[in-house]
Design a protein around this ligand. Structure first.
Ligand code: A3P
Length: 316
């Protein structure tokens, strides 16, 4: 359990109380994800579903303004590092969540117990995206290689420790270690994030989606999202959204790539490409995991999901 004021992966301070007491509007829509599970992808899809597939309407707007992360936004007043990070995400100075017109779309990587009380009390709509944890581990590895490390020790932003290889990273993905909050966003392991939402997947206000199903059939997922949000989409709009949100199209989309954040905060060289739209797909872990790592992963994963009927897809 992490205490009331905690520190999350980019090294910023966050008041959990402030988040828990955040006033939610009854028509807010929340996009909730464990990190590296398709958040950027869904931040492209959702606004288009909401506006009926009007790509021009979102072209010039940074995705983190369209769907701001509440924990980032609520910490900018207190934390200069977070203010800087938000600037790199192209969020204008002085931007406030209550400036957004309803229905607001809000994002968060926080686990369920840290989220605003109102989400439950007002039964607002939640779209949850889960991705198989082997691909999440690989994706997190590439992300953490460049990410800012935590400020727990120095209270200053410092560059992440350079992982020599994946074998150095993997144990930190399994365990929450005091100084590796960058691996575990708010001290939460994959299953602690995913399972509470899986258990609520039949609630009327919850849409639980799997990244792998989006890869398998994006159009079907776009339709499912539209239905959940009570939006009528024509077949043409579904096609348009799915084409625009394909991996290749997003790879060339500067707004989706968050290029300033990647170059200025993560220190990623332009030629290395963005870790937010990197390789995508299902089963990439097989190119990196050794047989032994895979066996260890399977053992730990079985322990994580013991007693749950959740089934994730690890390869297609
Ligand atoms: P990889 O690192 O495996 O390539 P998040 O946005 O939650 O940080 O997740 C990032 C992951 O989503 C990255 O995975 C990224 O490539 C993948 N992703 C982003 N856009 C995508 C798209 N249009 N189609 C498939 N995967 C996408």
């Amino acid at each position: 359990m992490v205490d009331a004021v905690t520190i999350v992966n980019a090294g910023f301070k966050l008041s959990i109380d402030k988040i828990k007491n955040f006033e939610v509007r009854s028509d807010d829509i929340f996009l909730l994800t464990f990190q590296k599970s398709g958040t950027t992808w869904m931040k492209e899809i959702l606004p288009l579903v909401m506006n009926g597939g009007d790509i021009d309407a979102i072209t010039g707007t940074p995705r983190d303004v369209l769907i701001p992360h509440i924990e980032f936004q609520l910490s900018v007043d207190e934390d200069p590092v977070m203010r800087e990070v938000q600037k790199q995400f192209l969020v204008p100075d002085g931007f406030q969540l209550d400036q957004l017109v309803s229905p607001r779309m809000l994002g968060s990587h926080l686990r369920s117990e840290f989220l605003p009380r109102d989400i439950d009390e007002k039964r607002v709509k939640v779209i949850y995206v889960a991705r198989n944890p082997k691909d999440v581990a690989i994706s997190s590895y590439y992300f953490c290689k460049g990410a800012l490390s935590s400020r727990i020790e120095t209270n200053e932003p410092v560059k992440a420790k350079a992982y020599q290889d994946f074998s150095e990273f993997l144990p930190e993905f399994f365990e929450i270690k005091a100084r590796t909050h960058k691996v575990h966003y708010d001290g939460t392991k994959w299953h602690e994030h995913v399972l509470p939402w899986w258990e609520r997947r039949h609630d009327r206000n919850v849409l639980f989606l799997k990244y792998e199903d989006m890869i398998r059939d994006l159009k079907a997922c776009v339709r499912q999202i539209a239905e959940f949000l009570d939006v009528h989409l024509t077949d043409g709009a579904v096609d348009k959204i799915s084409d625009h949100c394909s991996f290749q199209s997003m790879k060339n989309n500067q707004m989706a790539l968050k290029s300033n954040f990647c170059t200025n905060v993560l220190g990623v060289k332009a030629e290395e490409g963005s870790p937010f739209v990197r390789i995508g797909g299902v089963g990439g872990w097989k190119n990196t995991f050794t047989v032994a790592q895979n066996e260890t992963f399977d053992e730990i994963y079985q322990e994580w999901i013991k007693g749950s009927d959740l089934e994730m897809t690890f390869e297609l």
